[in-house]
Design a protein around this ligand. Structure first.
Ligand SMILES: Cc1ncc(COP(=O)(O)O)c(C=O)c1O
Length: 381
């Protein structure tokens, strides 16, 4: 995949390239430096050429397009009639939770976790109940017993990221989670926005494919936006697994669907219907970048821990072995010209961590690690 040189990337208007001064390497927000997939470019250009920038007719053929993608990639049989669309995945989470809970109800999240989850729960009227992931020293997973205890104590919903952001983790405990949620009558919202980016040799399990219990309690929210780098086009999907959860989606205000962007809808259709070749290249690029990071850290920052993700392009860097980096290593990194996501914004479990975006060129990654190594003058005597 041909990645544009930095000077060209810096002409982009997205937050990644506008948030920091021009000498900073932006490896924070989850945007990719890759060129947009040709089918998506054509789909958007076709709508513009036709002066076709009105309201979307949604979901249109999105159900069938996503069902085809889910079947090809994960062997998951999605009922096309159970797919709805909205503005973005954040809105999908908020509106699903809003229907699933009453104001003030507890909603479980599993830190360290994508920071907006801490805001989306109260935006939906809920109260955050943290059940941190368990770490056995080599792998993370959901604390299903902890989630069960939270549900016993009254929490009414569980919001997971599957695959997990920032860890790129694929949980092995989704079946148990579904059982526990079904037992307590809780809804599980499974955010699967990173799922198209599962790495070679890894298996992604869609939550709704796990069991009848999962289909009874689960709503999947997703989009092509993360995997194809089209977040600015604004379209996301909500998928129900049962009559009860479909009724929940159909109980939303009509405006939730009406706010789907027409350009977003067509960009997502192009991605799901014609994006497989581009996606395979992108995943290979990410895997190479992750392997490169392993080597660069060993050479320049050997004290930093890194477990390569099983999916997506986020690297969760553990600086705790180097106390001079403090609770928020991203702060020191920024003073040396590298923008990372601060670990503590992912929850208290993120103290001493920072998140790095791997979807960049080899040159940018190498320069970033060199700058980080220079940012730690106290490391060497
Ligand atoms: C797990 C997860 N969910 C949701 C989002 C945001 O999605 P959207 O822009 O569609 O709201 C992100 C963005 O990085 C994410 O990582």
């Amino acid at each position: 995949m041909e990645i544009e040189p930095l000077a060209a990337l810096r002409r982009r208007e997205s937050v990644k390239w506008r948030a920091y001064p021009g000498d900073v390497l932006p490896l924070f927000v989850a945007e990719m430096d890759y060129p947009v997939a040709e089918p998506i470019r054509e789909a958007i250009a076709a709508r513009v050429a036709a002066s076709d920038l009105g309201y979307a007719f949604a979901p249109g053929r999105m159900g069938a397009a996503f069902a085809g993608f889910a079947e090809r990639h994960w062997g998951w049989a999605v009922d096309p009639a159970a797919v709805r669309t909205t503005t973005d995945v954040s809105v999908a989470i908020v509106e699903t939770l809003r229907r699933a809970i009453r104001p003030g109800d507890g909603v479980v999240i599993t830190p360290p976790i994508y920071p907006p989850f801490f805001d989306l729960v109260p935006e939906a009227g809920g109260r955050v109940v943290e059940v941190p992931l368990l770490d056995d020293g080599t792998a993370w997973d959901l604390d299903v017993e902890g989630i069960s205890a939270a549900l016993v104590n009254g929490a009414r919903a569980v919001l997971i990221a599957n695959p997990h952001n920032p860890l790129g983790m694929l949980s092995r405990r989704l079946g148990e989670l579904a059982e526990v949620a079904a037992r307590h009558g809780a809804v599980v919202v499974s955010d699967e926005i990173h799922a198209p980016l599962v790495h070679a040799g890894e298996t992604f399990t869609p939550f709704l494919s796990v069991s009848d219990a999962a289909r009874a309690v689960g709503v999947t929210v997703t989009s092509a936006s993360k995997a194809f780098n089209i977040a600015g086009t604004k379209c996301a999907l909500m998928v129900a697994g049962s009559a009860a959860t479909l009724a929940l989606l159909d109980g939303m205000w009509d405006e939730v669907t009406f706010r789907t962007s027409l350009l977003g809808l067509h960009a997502n259709l192009a991605a799901f219907e014609c994006g497989d070749a581009w996606l395979a290249d992108a995943v290979a690029e990410i895997e190479a970048s992750s392997a490169r990071l392993v080597g660069l850290l060993a050479e320049h920052l050997p004290g930093v821990g890194y477990r390569p993700p099983a999916a997506s392009y986020l690297a969760w860097l553990d600086f705790r072995g180097l106390p001079e980096w403090g609770d928020d290593p991203a702060g020191l990194a920024l003073t040396r010209g590298v923008a990372l996501n601060p670990g503590p914004t992912f929850g208290t479990q993120g103290r001493g961590f920072a998140r790095l975006n791997l979807a960049c060129s080899a040159d940018v990654l190498e320069e970033a690690v060199r700058r980080l190594a220079a940012a730690a003058p106290k490391l060497s005597p």
